[in-house]
Write a protein that binds this ligand. Structure first.
Ligand code: AMP
Ligand code: MG
Length: 688
């Protein structure tokens, strides 16, 4: 605060950043005072540098704070038509810039559910740790069962009974077997398990000819009806996870299955991104608590509860501050109370609409640096955003539906980003409108019931759409978005619908990031010697990725050249005539045939494939995309790639290499790993 000595006495000038006053102040043609006007009344000015100048008498210096508030209010009243009107996307982009993933913390694995892993988890053991039986049956030597059938059973002497959790020093010698339960370690000498159903133990009691297994000392016998091969019904040590393998990559969202894997690795605690603490403050003289009786003019404070529930749903920790009356002191005290709780985000509801004289705006303005916006959306037009003592604050509108819709659009992605998540967009579907809808021209979020019939989604609006009609949200499972500028849509037209209850981490059909680095589509090359099963592996990977909702492009490298258009076809004739590119387009498929005078690099090909989540190639050994090599025992042990070129190995033999290794049929795990490394991590492929 600066003291000015002017004719007529001493005056204080408060220089306040213009941000306090809303965005339009600079543009507002308010003539700057050459010198502060020395009137008996205190006054407020905006100068050319965008500073607000408050002039007041020395005697009222101590009440400056209050005076400032009052004056700002008056000024804003005059300016009310000038509050900045911005689009949902502009507001979101601005808001999201203020959030980053929070720091990691170590928690017990059950507390890590749905959170983002903040470390790479390697296995220090094989899982399973030992060869064990996959079935209840008899551990045998496969060679002993050659030719066994119902007509020609083979009789083996049973030397022990082995339950899961126990070991035996006995060895299965030729002609013997050990009765074994699922999960019990495969005894020495045995190399396969015959299921009970394929032995005389599986026969009805009256058909059994073997001696009942009651007394091991006296000897027991079993008849085997089926030949087994080495390894049959045996789970090999390390079959699930190899010692030293990267099992869960940093950035993975921990679902119940990942929690289970952590437990199986002996990890009781794990590092995950901390959960954001979110303060929730309801404001308004009309509000009473849920447990208070209604009184004239009063309504219950529902926003605190819907907001807290949303915070909880999206993984934040609600810090409930209750109700603040529309009173400067009470509001200021509540805001300070919230800040003392060390919150990462502050949410208020109500008191931010334009044109009214709510004290909320004034107090927020006085306590921090705030923008008061009108967002071109319906419901949810008024919105405030800024920072109070470094804590981002979102001032949500008061109307219960507006508060929820604004929360979904702005607070939800902020919370998810703080949690380290990268899929920030609400999952959406394209749906066909079941009735005509009217809209205001602002982006409208119509509460709708979405149903799926015959492979199509349909959207039906849930009755009255007033921003206070909370039951319109109760009935809805989606928000149908009527784009900006559209005032009328007819039944049968298509709209994008945000699905209210679908979790963000399901793969969705839209590009996912909000305000992230430009999307780089990961390219992964599957390489290997001929006949090792590259195409077979790719087929399985493509099918599994599609199953999980990703859009996949496959690029096949063909050194020998190929033809796809037959002589005489129109496309062939157009190629013969010299076209550089020919596109054959039908409603369902499209083919591009491009004449090349040199081989296109993988990156150039990728540039043509912009509408996919991942590109898998077969071949391109020399390209610089990350490589997965396929190897097969019968084609030898040498690898095509050097260890540093590889990101993973898929093989029926183990190599002493420091990269994840998978079996030839490990499709699910390979795709889990691809997802963790290349897809959920923001779609960004690592270098090399
Ligand atoms: P305002 O933004 O203060 O103009 O409030 C808009 C509307 O929302 C008014 O009808 C308020 O009564 C209502 N409202 C404000 N806060 C809450 C709340 N916490 N719970 C339910 N309704 C509210
Ligand atoms: Mg109010």
């Amino acid at each position: 605060m600066e003291r000015l000595s002017c004719e007529g006495g001493s005056w204080y000038v408060l220089d306040l950043p213009i941000d306090l006053l809303g965005q339009q102040a600079v543009a507002y043609s308010w003539s700057p005072p050459a010198a502060p006007a020395l009137s008996s009344e205190s006054s407020l000015f905006v100068n050319e540098e965008g500073f607000c100048v408050l002039v007041c008498d020395v005697d009222v210096a101590q009440t400056c704070g209050i005076l400032c508030t009052l004056l700002l209010n008056e000024w804003r009243g005059k300016m009310s038509q000038e509050v900045k009107m911005i689009s949902v996307d502009e507001a979101l982009e601005y808001v999201m810039k203020h959030f980053e993933p929070l720091e990691p913390e170590e928690v017990e694995i059950l507390d890590a559910l749905d959170r983002v892993l903040a470390e790479d988890v390697y296995s220090d053991t094989d899982i399973p740790p030992f060869d064990n039986s996959a079935m209840d049956g008899y551990a045998v030597r496969a060679a002993d069962t050659v030719g066994a059938s119902h007509k020609a059973p083979i009789t083996l002497r049973v030397i022990a009974n082995l339950a899961a959790g126990y070991t035996t020093v006995l060895v299965v010698e030729a002609g013997t077997a050990i009765r074994i339960m699922t999960g019990a370690p495969l005894p020495a000498g045995a190399d396969a398990v015959v299921r009970f159903e394929e032995t005389s133990e599986g026969l009805p009691a009256d058909e059994r000819t073997d001696r009942r297994i009651l007394d091991w000392e006296q000897g027991a016998w079993i008849e085997v009806f089926k030949q087994v091969i080495v390894g049959e019904n045996v789970r090999r040590a390390g079959e699930d996870i190899h010692k030293g393998e990267l099992v869960l990559a940093e950035g993975t969202i921990l679902r119940p299955q990942e929690i289970g894997v952590l437990a199986s690795l002996g990890r009781a605690r794990v590092r995950v991104i901390r959960r954001p603490r979110v303060a929730i403050l309801a404001t308004g003289d009309e509000l009473i608590g849920v447990d208070e009786p209604l009184a004239p003019g009063k309504i219950r404070n529902s926003n605190e509860y819907s907001n807290a529930a949303l915070v909880q749903r999206y993984g934040g920790i609600p810090v409930r501050l209750g109700i603040a009356r529309d009173d400067v002191e009470e509001l200021t005290a509540k805001i300070r109370e919230g800040l003392a709780e060390r919150v990462d985000l502050f949410l208020t509801s109500a008191g931010v609409s334009v044109g009214d004289y709510d004290v909320v705006k004034d107090v927020l303005g006085a306590e921090g640096e705030m923008h008061f916006w009108q967002v071109r959306m319906k419901p949810g037009k008024p919105l405030a955003f800024g920072e109070i003592q470094g804590v981002p604050l979102l001032g949500l509108p008061g109307n219960p539906v507006s508060a929820m819709v604004s929360f979904e659009q702005f607070a939800r992605p902020a919370i998810l980003k703080m949690l380290g998540k990268t899929r920030l967009r609400k999952p959406t579907v394209e749906a066909i409108l079941e009735e005509d809808v009217e809209s205001s021209g602002r982006r409208s979020f119509k509460r709708a019931v979405i149903t799926k019939r015959d492979g199509e989604y349909y959207a039906s609006v849930t009755g009255p759409q007033g921003s206070g009609v909370l039951t319109s949200m109760v009935k809805a499972n989606g928000l149908a978005i009527i784009p900006e500028g559209i005032r009328h849509l007819k039944a049968g037209e298509r709209v994008t619908v945000q699905m209210l209850d679908w979790p963000e981490n399901v793969a969705c059909t839209e590009p996912v990031e909000v305000n992230e680095a430009p999307l780089v589509i990961p390219i992964i090359s599957v390489v290997g010697k001929s006949e090792v099963g590259k195409t077979t592996l790719l087929e399985k990977l493509v099918a599994e990725l599609k199953q999980r909702g990703y859009r996949v492009a496959a690029v096949k490298h063909d050194i020998h050249g190929f033809e796809i258009d037959r002589p005489g076809k129109d496309s062939w004739r157009l190629a013969q005539a010299g076209s550089d590119s020919i596109v054959i387009a039908s409603p369902k498929r499209l083919a591009l045939i491009k004449r090349l005078d040199r081989e296109m690099a993988l990156s150039e090909i990728a540039a043509l494939l912009t509408d996919v989540d991942i590109i898998l190639t077969e071949g391109y050994k020399r390209g610089d995309a990350p490589k997965i090599e396929v190897s097969r025992r019968e084609r030898g042990r040498e690898l095509l790639c050097t260890p540093d070129e590889l990101v993973a190995l898929v093989s029926d033999q183990l190599f002493d290499l420091d990269v994840p290794q998978f079996g030839l049929d490990d499709t699910t795990r390979i795709v889990d790993w691809l997802e963790g490394k290349f897809l959920s991590g923001g779609g960004q492929a690592p270098a090399g």
